[in-house]
Write a protein that binds this ligand. Structure first.
Ligand code: 5HY
Length: 248
């Protein structure tokens, strides 16, 4: 089974970290391909960053389709371009936020999310509503760490994250925590140990869900709104997305 893991930002060290996490949890028979878009923001910390990164995700999906991937993982906690990506393939496409939420509700009645900048908390809240998990989630908390602070070995990202998770554990009446950034993929075990509470990060969750779907022969439905986009000409910088309109 081949799973294509896409880090929607353009920071190679974070792409490597996400790839290492995916390889750590993948089944022996699973081959992980990890990539990032050629163009786009070094980190995704706003609606604008997200909109631009979504195009990069779609370009990586299109590339993956030429390599016959069995599944895709979008490794940014905003799940940028998720539904549009599903339109481009029959393979399952899993966003790390959606995956994290699903697993959290399987092991706890209530969870909290701990993310990076407070300005991105609303993005997670919108996803909780969109996916129908709002009533399972007690709070979306922010550490106010810029995403790339997670790439700074000399920084205090871990301590800041641990302290916000401790507050969530002690104040929110929850049974689990979902980490709100792909760049936190390597911190799960240490946090779980230090907090003595289940901590879920989306990259691992998405890999295992993708493997389950593929092994069940389940892919993205082409019946209804996730059918392939209707072929049409595209202008300007997107001209290479053009397809001859279906004249049948
Ligand atoms: C992420 N940004 O997972 C999100 C986290 C966030 O570049 N990778 C990013 O803050 O929304």
């Amino acid at each position: 089974m081949q799973i294509h893991v896409i880090n929607p930002n353009t920071t190679a060290s974070m792409t490597d970290k996400i790839g290492a996490c995916a390889n750590r949890v993948a089944a022996e028979s699973t081959r992980i391909h990890v990539s990032q878009p050629e163009s786009g923001p070094v980190s995704i910390e706003s609606h604008f960053d997200e909109a631009i990164s979504a195009v990069g995700v779609l370009e990586e999906i299109r590339r993956g389709e030429t390599l016959a991937m069995d599944a895709y993982v979008i490794a940014c906690f905003g799940d940028p371009g998720l539904l549009a990506a599903r339109e481009l393939t029959r393979a399952p496409v899993i966003g790390i936020a959606e995956a994290g939420f699903h697993l959290a509700t399987l092991i706890s009645t209530r969870f909290s999310v701990v993310t990076t900048l407070s300005r991105t908390a609303i993005i997670a809240e919108h996803l909780l509503d969109q996916y129908g998990f709002r009533h399972h989630c007690r709070r979306v908390r922010a550490t106010d760490l810029p995403v790339l602070e997670l790439e700074n070995p000399a920084g205090n990202a871990y301590q800041a994250l641990l302290e916000e998770c401790q507050r969530a554990r002690d104040e929110d009446g929850i049974g689990a925590i979902v980490l709100g950034c792909g760049g936190m993929a390597d911190l799960t075990e240490r946090l779980t140990h230090d907090l003595q509470l289940p901590v879920i990060e989306g990259v691992s969750a998405a890999i295992k869900l993708a493997e389950s779907l593929v092994s069940l022969g389940l892919g993205t439905s082409k019946h209804g709104d996730l059918a392939f986009p209707r072929p049409k000409p595209f202008a300007g910088r997107f001209a290479d997305w053009s397809q001859e309109p279906d004249r049948r």
